[in-house]
Design a protein around this ligand. Structure first.
Ligand code: ADP
Length: 318
């Protein structure tokens, strides 16, 4: 292996830069050239590719976002577009490719590996929605961002004895709501993996009021429904002033936590090792603290059951 490429794709996540740094420096230390591919698969298709050296990745381990930029490029589902991208890689002499992104990006990586490009995926998404790995890069930072926001909302809501509904990201995965809800002391946690009736939601708020709680915090995952509508229903039925806050893109930004930096460094390092071992079509994960790798297809077909135990703990501690 003489030359590899690296790109970030799909939604950005804090810690992607730490992974770019780890891949670049591990490759360079092993005398492998590194090419940075800008704007995900779009930049690959258009040939937006520049060489990287040790200094290209200086001073980025602590920065959110991705220095390689990212993009959504649905055209990559088209075989002819992927074939052109594979041709671009050949022209640049890039023998191996590291893709940092979520499940969509992994589908693109799988498509490239089927065209003979040695490809390794690193999970970078704040959603933690890749079931084959215990953690994705960015999830820990996003949890801490949500908790910070909850703390601030709690100050003002307790003063006014309001109910606050806080909507967090996660698409169809309730992990961010569950973990941040538990850590933020939520009275109600609504996730897409569980069904709720309006009556149940309102009952928890009324129970809180009966227990003389000054503040009721409802954390809701974006996949559950419209948080403003839920807030209105709570207010209409309970008579308690209720405000919804959609945290939105604030959850994607910020300096990565130490956990995410270490995870990204380990995964980036392993990605280059796998390329040097001649592996392709694999994705890296972490299981019980160990760094592991799986076939992309196998990894994407894993369904992780919802963490009922953690949900029960959160509810017992209300
Ligand atoms: P994420 O990687 O965060 O899940 P997306 O689902 O938007 O984000 O996917 C990122 C990019 O991966 C897409 O814009 C597209 O370029 C590529 N991609 C997604 N799905 C496929 C697919 N089925 N085949 C090939 N490429 C895909």
């Amino acid at each position: 292996m003489k030359k590899i490429g690296i790109l970030t794709s799909g939604g950005d996540a804090p810690g992607m830069n730490a992974a770019i740094r780890a891949v670049t420096r591990t490759a360079l230390v092993n005398n492998i050239e590194v090419m940075g591919i800008y704007k995900g698969y779009m930049g690959l298709h258009e040939g937006e590719i520049l060489p990287m050296d040790r200094r290209s990745v200086s001073d980025i381990i602590q920065r959110g976002g991705t220095i390689l930029k990212t993009a959504r490029f649905p055209e990559f589902k088209d075989l002819a577009v992927r074939e052109k991208a594979a041709q671009v890689l050949k022209i640049y002499g890039i023998e191996g490719l590291v893709v940092i992104g979520g499940d969509g990006s992994f589908m693109g990586a799988k498509g490239l590996s089927e065209l003979g490009i040695q490809t390794i995926g690193i999970p970078g998404t704040i959603d933690n929605d890749l079931a084959y790995t215990d953690r994705t890069i960015g999830f820990d930072t996003a949890q801490n961002t949500v908790i910070d926001a909850i703390n601030k909302i709690r100050d003002t809501s307790s003063s006014h004895q309001r109910v606050s509904v806080v909507e967090v990201m996660g698409r169809d995965c309730g992990d961010l709501a569950l973990y941040a809800g538990l850590a933020g002391g939520a009275t109600t946690i609504l996730v897409p993996e569980r069904k709720y009736t309006d009556e149940e939601i309102i009952k928890t708020v009324m129970d809180g009021r009966r227990q003389m709680k000054h503040h009721n915090l409802v954390v809701i995952a974006e996949g559950v429904g419209n948080s403003h509508e839920i807030a209105k229903k709570i207010e209409d039925v309970s008579g308690i002033e209720t405000r919804a806050t959609v945290l939105g893109h604030i959850q994607r930004g910020g300096a990565p936590t130490a956990f995410d930096r270490v995870l990204a460094s380990k995964m980036g390092h392993r990605a280059v090792e796998l390329l040097m071992e001649g592996k392709s079509g694999r994705v890296i994960g972490t299981v019980k603290g160990d760094i592991v790798d799986y076939d992309i297809h196998e990894a994407l077909s894993v369904k992780r059951p919802f963490n009922e135990k953690l949900y029960q703990i959160a509810m017992d501690l209300v």
